[in-house]
Write a protein that binds this ligand. Structure first.
Ligand SMILES: [Zn+2]
Length: 138
């Protein structure tokens, strides 16, 4: 536990590149499990290889990094001052890819929820988002 803050901070930084088992993702999985849902991870059979897949509910959850996926209005979705054009292009490509995935998902009947990295700082917020999303399934 002594390493807790440091490793959380490290994961926060690392989550800015696409990787598995990031702190935000683990936080969502933990709440999901606690409120009684069972899930699969990174299922390759679902478009976009979502972070969390709830097969029974035909629902998927993405835990998006605010920086890479451009959380609208979020302070973490800033654009670095140097090489601005490079970043802008990169971000546009990411956002476009996310939109394509969303479309593919809904066309094949999968519901999707995006939880932003900054929202995963609070387990209450995570729980509300999950209940709001999954509650609709009865
Ligand atoms: Zn954010």
């Amino acid at each position: 536990m002594t390493d807790r803050l440091t490793s959380q901070k490290r994961s926060w930084n690392m989550s800015r590149i696409r990787s598995r088992d990031t702190a935000p993702e683990l936080a969502v999985r933990k709440v999901l499990y606690r409120i009684g849902y069972r899930y699969r991870l990174h299922s390759a059979i679902v478009p976009g290889k979502p972070d969390i897949v709830l097969t029974k509910f035909k629902s998927v959850i993405f835990v998006h990094g605010c920086f890479w996926h451009r959380h609208p209005g979020c302070k973490f979705a800033y654009t670095p001052k140097s090489r601005e054009e490079f970043w802008t292009k990169k971000f546009e490509a990411n956002v476009r890819r996310d939109e394509v995935v969303k479309k593919q998902l809904s066309e094949s009947g999968w519901r999707n929820l995006i939880i932003w990295e900054c929202e995963t700082k609070s387990s209450d917020i995570i729980e509300n988002l999950l209940r709001g999303f999954l509650g609709e399934n009865g």
